[in-house]
Design a protein around this ligand. Structure first.
Ligand SMILES: Nc1nnc(-c2c[nH]c3ncc(-c4c[nH]c5ccccc45)cc23)o1
Length: 333
């Protein structure tokens, strides 16, 4: 039986506000899959009226919008599906009326958490992948988002090898702007790494907010270990409370990956011999030895500030945005 709340979704897909998206996703995360059969074919709330053409309460997958396995931008022949984010496969989507190309992340009902959507809906910034709408169809949540058609930084590294310093500077600036915005709202992304930075023609954006949390005060006491090991900060590994500074450390390790083509540690401690890097990250000094030999002196000192072991002494996103390394004098460009 449809609860009163569920009734107003009975008429399928509609345009709505961020607040209506948030109440819709809360309804979804509390709904048992059993309730589904007596619901309309698809239900959803879309934010993007300009690019998504709803027709009489319908927005049908493979009719009003087509989903394609993402033809990977570079030659590497993956499954055609973007590497799994946190619980989601990302497809390329195209609205058949407006021709707008979007990213569409499919999350099975049972894995869906409101947090997957909450931060992207509430926080809007040019360096954060914009949320266009949420739709439930065929027992899966479809998250429509801004598409980084240039693929992820990881995909670029795997296909084209280490990036040159001017490319690294371009990506780092955009990531820092996105982090400065999130951190100003006490939001920790928790999974900054090359596969969560996607490229467009004119900018780079952060994706995958499945592990994102908002701190209530200056420290966040974790219930679980969040993130990807190689990019984790020592304080996060210690699990005694951490802050937004953990994202800055992960950006530092991401820069090492962009410079050398490998995350820190793995060349010195091969994955075959080390199933986990948590102990290494805890015991060892920050991975300054993994910085590229040809790294410029200014970038090296930038990395010293980003990889500082003590989060209180580590630079913030705002401070790093002023750093010489990412503001090279004109004649150098
Ligand atoms: N986990 C996750 N959550 N939201 C996203 C996301 C939003 N917009 C996007 N645009 C592109 C890609 C993408 C990632 N790797 C790629 C490789 C090739 C081509 C495209 C990509 C991913 C996204 O991803």
């Amino acid at each position: 039986v449809l609860g009163s709340e569920q009734k107003d979704y009975a008429n399928g897909v509609r345009y709505g506000t961020v607040t209506e998206v948030l109440s819709f996703v809360n309804l979804l995360s509390s709904m048992q899959t059993a309730a589904l059969p007596n619901l309309p074919e698809e239900m959803g709330v879309l934010l993007n009226k300009k690019d998504m053409a709803v027709k009489k309460g319908r927005y049908q997958i493979n009719m009003d919008v087509l989903l394609f396995p993402w033809k990977l931008t570079y030659k590497n022949h993956g499954s055609g599906l973007v590497p799994k984010g946190s619980f989601g496969k990302v497809h390329l989507a195209q609205d058949t009326t407006t021709r707008k190309r979007m990213a569409c992340k499919l999350i099975p009902m049972e894995n869906f958490k409101a947090a997957d959507v909450e931060f992207q809906a509430r926080f809007r910034h040019e360096n954060i992948a914009e949320l266009y709408g949420v739709l439930l169809w065929n027992q899966s949540i479809h998250l429509f988002m801004e598409a980084g058609e240039g693929g992820s930084v990881l995909e670029k590294l795997d296909s084209c090898g280490p990036m040159r310093e001017f490319e690294i500077i371009w990506v780092t600036k955009q990531v820092l702007r996105g982090l400065e915005y999130l951190h100003s709202h006490n939001v920790i992304h928790h999974d900054i790494k090359p596969s969560n930075i996607v490229l467009m023609s004119d900018k780079a954006v952060l994706v995958d907010f499945g592990l994102t949390v908002q701190m209530t005060d200056d420290v966040y006491i974790p219930r679980d270990l969040r993130g990807t090991e190689m990019y984790m900060s020592p304080e996060l590994v210690l699990c005694r409370g951490h802050s937004t500074k953990t994202d800055i450390y992960s950006l530092g390790t991401t820069i090492i990956h962009m410079q050398t083509g490998s995350p820190p540690w793995v060349r010195r401690y091969p994955r075959t011999a080390y199933p986990s890097y948590l102990y290494i990250i805890h015991k060892q000094a920050p991975p300054m030895e993994d910085i590229a030999e040809d790294c410029s002196p200014v970038m090296r000192s930038f990395l010293e500030r980003a990889l500082e072991r003590n989060p209180a002494l580590r630079s913030s996103a705002s401070e790093l945005l002023k750093d010489d390394a990412i503001n090279p004098p004109r004649e150098d460009q």
